[in-house]
Design a protein around this ligand. Structure first.
Ligand code: FES
Length: 111
């Protein structure tokens, strides 16, 4: 019997445009890779997901996505003060916590 994976829907806001993206858990290595695949961003995720370059910054107010992982806090601390809800997208896994999230890609680089 086939097991059906739960659909994960997130909304990406970029330059005032809202795009709904549907995916499944673990379909991408992390949110940075998903955004690069769907949004064709330039210079986004330059360190390849090591959590060091801060070129993959996104903002979200989704309560399940506020906890920083591993080196994320120290990398974000190197930026000018950032809004609450600022995350490194490479440190966000593609799982059910993302379902219903709104992910904003800042208009200007923060680094
Ligand atoms: S890809 Fe470099 S910090 Fe996320």
């Amino acid at each position: 019997m086939e097991t059906q994976q739960k659909l994960i829907r997130l909304t990406v806001v970029q330059e005032g445009e809202r795009t709904v993206i549907e995916t499944h858990a673990h379909a991408y290595r992390n949110l940075m890779v998903l955004l690069n695949n769907h949004c064709y961003l330039e210079n986004f995720g330059e360190c390849g997901g090591m959590g060091r370059c801060a070129t993959c910054v996104v903002q979200t107010q989704h309560p399940a996505l506020q906890e920083h992982n591993r080196n994320e806090a120290s990398t974000l601390a190197k930026l000018p003060p950032v809004e609450p809800g600022t995350r490194l997208s490479c440190q966000i896994h593609i799982n059910n916590l993302l379902d219903g999230a709104e992910i904003r890609i800042p208009g200007e680089a923060l680094y």
